[in-house]
Design a protein around this ligand. Structure first.
Ligand code: PLP
Length: 378
């Protein structure tokens, strides 16, 4: 049965395989015996390899050990969490913050903790798989609106809000596979007018937009997005997820978020590394601005529209074409994995380029030349 299903995936060029990939501190990735310059990591600031971040992790291991030993509500709530949560709340300008085991685990638990039977969730159709998982787990009624169409979201609430008790609007600050930003000002107005919560997944905004504060700050609505979740695994370079919100919401999560209550706390090294990384995010403006500069350079070289984030997709359509284009770039020394359905809608397989502060301008220029050679752009 499993073999048959794998064959079916293979036929559609949708079978996925793990490839051992060793990343190192000079921005290259070793895969299949080749050394490639990666343009598909989410390590936007290169902080997973930063000396200060690595040193914080080392010290935490030496002082406190390799693992947390239990869930946060039992004995896994190391004092290091307090410092990290204070930094997150300060950066996001919220009352409080809560760190989860991962971004996926945060998204799995937040919707069910806030909404259930008799409540309404209204979400952008392109939200991340982890948000879909949380929506399904909540058992609330759900409506999806066309991507980034705030007017359509407004119409759903105008028509249906009155029939439900609580309402939660969900979107991504920066869309992970498209690189565009949500219309947060318009969505926050709708949420205010209709007595709904607005929740953003800022996995790709923290550390790169709004001087590092993320997408809500970039849109000038930091104080109007009451639920800002994200991950510590991308620009922050470590591991874990978070929610920044009011003290009351955070206290409710501690009592209701199942993936926090029933899962082991993070290794102390991951928590310490995140704090060290956030220190850099909060204080190094030039570092934080760099990924956008690299993305702009790439887009200008290929005549693509000015990017809204360091994520630049080139949609090629068929899954097979995306795999071929990825292989062609690997021949030129670049690692850019193909993104295929169901991660993206059918017929929109793509190459997804991500730009990092650590990329050299020459590498960006060589990449643009290689992309032009594939005929995909430029
Ligand atoms: C990566 C990602 C997540 C999951 O975060 P992890 O910490 O990797 O589990 C959630 N949402 C979006 C939009 C993401 O890109």
């Amino acid at each position: 049965m499993a073999a048959g299903r794998l064959d079916a995936l293979e036929q559609q060029a949708l079978r996925r395989r793990l490839a051992a990939t060793a990343r190192s501190d000079d921005g290259v990735a070793a895969r299949d015996g080749r050394v490639l310059t990666s343009f598909c990591c989410n390590d936007y600031l290169g902080l997973s390899q930063h000396p200060a971040v690595k040193q914080a992790a080392h010290q935490a291991i030496d002082a406190f050990g390799a693992g947390a030993g239990a869930s946060r509500l039992v004995t896994g709530n190391h004092p290091l969490y307090e410092d990290l949560e204070r930094r997150l709340a300060a950066l996001k300008e919220t009352e409080a913050a809560l760190v989860f085991g991962s971004g996926y685990l945060a998204n799995l638990a937040i919707p069910p903790a806030l909404a259930g039977t008799g409540d309404l969730i209204v979400a952008d159709e392109l939200v991340h798989a982890s948000m879909h998982a949380g929506i399904r787990a909540s058992r609330a009624e759900v409506r999806f609106f066309p991507h980034n169409d705030a007017d359509a979201c407004g119409r759903v609430l105008a028509d249906e809000r009155a029939s439900f008790r609580h309402c939660l609007i969900m979107t991504e600050g920066v869309f992970s596979m498209d690189g565009d930003c949500a219309p947060l000002a318009a969505l926050s107005e709708i949420a205010d007018a209709r007595d709904a919560w607005l929740m953003t997944d800022d996995a790709h905004g923290l550390g790169v937009l709004g001087e590092g504060r993320g997408s809500a700050a970039a849109a000038g609505v930091s104080d109007r997005v009451p639920l800002q979740m994200g991950t510590l695994s991308k620009a922050v370079g470590s591991y874990g997820g978070y929610l920044c919100a009011s003290r009351a919401v955070i206290d409710l999560m501690i009592n209701r978020a199942r993936s926090l209550i029933y899962a082991t706390g993070l290794p102390p090294a991951a928590v310490a590394a995140s704090s060290a990384a956030l220190d850099l995010v909060a204080n190094d403006r030039r570092l934080v601005a760099a990924p956008m500069e690299k993305a702009s350079r790439f887009c200008a070289a290929l005549g693509l529209p000015e990017p809204e984030s360091p994520i630049v997709p080139l949609i090629v359509g068929a899954a097979e074409r995306a795999l071929d284009a990825s292989a062609a770039l690997a021949e030129q020394g670049f690692l850019v994995t193909a993104i295929r359905p169901p991660t993206v809608p059918d017929g929109t397989a793509r190459l997804r380029f991500t730009f990092q502060a650590t990329h050299k301008d020459e590498d960006v220029d060589r990449l643009a030349a290689a992309v032009r050679e594939t005929g995909l752009a430029g």
